[in-house]
Ligand binder design. Sequence first.
Ligand code: GLU
Length: 513
Amino acid sequence: MWATARLLHKLSLKGKLRASPTKVSIQPQSPARTRFAPSPTGFLHLGSLRTALYNYLLAKSTGGQFLLRLEDTDRNRLVDGAEKNIYESLDWTGIVPDEGPTNGGPFGPYRQSERMHIYKRYAEQLVESGHAYKCYCSKDRLVHLRESAMALKPPTTVTYDRKCLHSPEANGQEYTVRFRSPDKYEPFTDLLHGRLDLQPQINQTDRRYDDFVILKSDGLPTYHFANVVDDHLMKITHVIRGEEWLASTPKHVAMYRAFGWQPPKFVHIPLLTSLTEKKLSKRQGDIGVLSMRDQGTLPEALTNFVALFGWAPSRPEKGKATSEVMTMDDLISKFSLDQLTKGNAKVNDNKLHFFNKSHLCARIKDPKKFDKLADESYACLKQQTKTEVSKDYYRRILREAGPNMVSVHELHTVHKYFFKEIEFEGVDVPKDTQTVLDVLKTLRNKQTAEEPFPVDAVLSKLPSLKKKNVFEAARFALTGGVPGITIPVLIDILGYDQCVKRIEKAIRFLEKS
Ligand code: GLU
């Protein structure tokens, strides 16, 4: 039971955690080597994406390197497809590792399951130096120790009685290797939270020891051990990870000391919660990165959104405008650990929509980015809807309608009239049907290919009506009443013949109803 850690967690949940305020910059002045170390136990979601992004931004903003290391030694928890999902998610969001399982690097292998020989060697080193020992205790004995520790008053999760440190009984059975933990863990500094003294709760009348396992009986290392060995060997300077790892950090620091190594600098970032401080639901962002892509989220909108969960760019100088809309290059140039925030980061979907709209608009306006966007979204549309429309036609719709949309998916969900005829049966009929009918009939008589939308001519024929009536009627016929695109633009994209057809179809429908 890590009393201080639990307390810390509670305080920070309320956003009240305050370490001694310091004005000293915590942003490194030399190139940082950072890593993202996911376990392939599920698909990458917003929380892990933020961890990866902050590590990436710290490395890139200091001219350092960002590594991807796969922590896959807990073989029972592996999930099919999770490793591929991690690569694809990082690739799509542009968080590209300088070193990692797929591109290698000077400190590989970067998949922990391929580093067993290394962990074995370092575990032996700790046994030889007296910082670790072999434990032959049976499963039953360990279960008994755990249960009896929980029954103590106060209970403790520190359970081992050090039998194998003092009188091991080898008998050729399997063994684990345990770390001989210090009597008191060393306080450590977290760059965000300050100096922390986290000690497990111990029952003094029945003394047990926090001698955690570093190598399991099958020879696989535990997370704590492999993580420390790898961070050291891979020359990691800064570890940015979720607050849930705070309570493990004293263990890690103790292992660095036992090896005589310098620990990296630690930054534990706050939890992500919904606006009401609840655990994230699927709708609020506990959703896979790739499914957000499939729903039309742009990668630069997602990284922009995620970057602001616990970080904000420094305030601009007086008189200078600032924007929260940032590309990856903007994020790299603005990122600094000094602007990390301590309270829990609240996820607000509306913000994502805002960023998606802004970045979509920027892509549409940039000719180079527009081509790529059009190619990709056209391919996606063809695959999803089997539409027959030509690419040129699609590009025109995207150019005109895109800047008003939150996501390209709205083209075929909201503006579906661009792709198929309108079935008026399912459409809300305007209240003043007769007026709509009058306008459409007049419009049909007056329009020509040269002047397809003769508003003034319609109004001089129907003097009691207003411009608004003409526009409403035309929108009903051309889009089934969907707002968003101006009528002249609609006519231009659909073409004169198609508009005539739609107006005639609408007239037939209204005459029947
Ligand atoms: N493998 C751990 C995880 O899944 C890594 C934690 C750390 O960054 O140290 O989150």
